[in-house]
Ligand binder design. Structure first.
Ligand code: FE2
Ligand code: FE2
Length: 181
């Protein structure tokens, strides 16, 4: 599934990494929220403690992905088609992931772990073309500078590195949840 989704993204966003980041981050914000909400409900149903840390972790992941979107929206403005794509992706992927999480929780975390691994690869490619000058390495958005506590003169490349670190962490978290489920 991961390779299939990757192929679609690669075909659609050939060398348009800014747009790719915007559209895919709108999708990336979905699974953490779905997982957090379902974990919360599970905790209520089972009337047991021990879910708090995971719930907060998943909600924090969703929040973090939403922030990624806010950074890249300042760098690339999606066209009308991409906006429609985002709408469809949210409905289709949202419902798909909800059912996947309900019935195949472990696989759901594993899949997100793999998605995050691909995100690390994509941001590494993006970083490479920014560093070699193919894409202008302009000033990082102020929102990102404040969020990551970056230097005032931080560049797009610094932002990409910070975001890539987040994706790496999401990968580790989701793979660990899949391992221990
Ligand atoms: Fe992200
Ligand atoms: Fe992520």
């Amino acid at each position: 599934m991961t390779k299939f989704f990757r192929l679609i993204a690669d075909t659609f966003f050939v060398n348009r990494y800014g747009h790719r980041a915007v559209v895919l981050e709108t999708v990336a914000g979905v699974p953490g929220m779905v997982a957090g909400v379902l974990m919360h409900f599970k905790s209520l149903r089972s009337m047991k403690t021990g879910y708090g840390e995971s719930i907060r972790e998943m909600l924090a992941e969703a929040e973090n992905e939403r922030m990624h979107l806010m950074f890249f929206i300042e760098i690339a403005k999606p066209n009308r088609f991409e906006r429609i794509l985002v709408l469809f992706a949210q409905v289709i992927f949202g419902v798909f992931y909800l059912f996947m999480y309900l019935f195949f929780t472990r696989t759901a975390h594993r899949m997100i772990g793999y998605f995050e691994d691909e995100a690390v690869i994509s941001y590494t490619e993006y970083l490479k073309i920014v560093e070699n000058g193919e894409v202008e390495n302009f000033q990082a958005p102020l929102l990102a500078i404040n969020y990551y506590n970056l230097d005032r003169n931080a560049k797009l490349s610094d932002l990409i590195k910070a975001v890539r670190n987040d994706e790496q962490k999401h990968s580790e978290t989701n793979h660990a949840y899949a391992d221990n489920y």
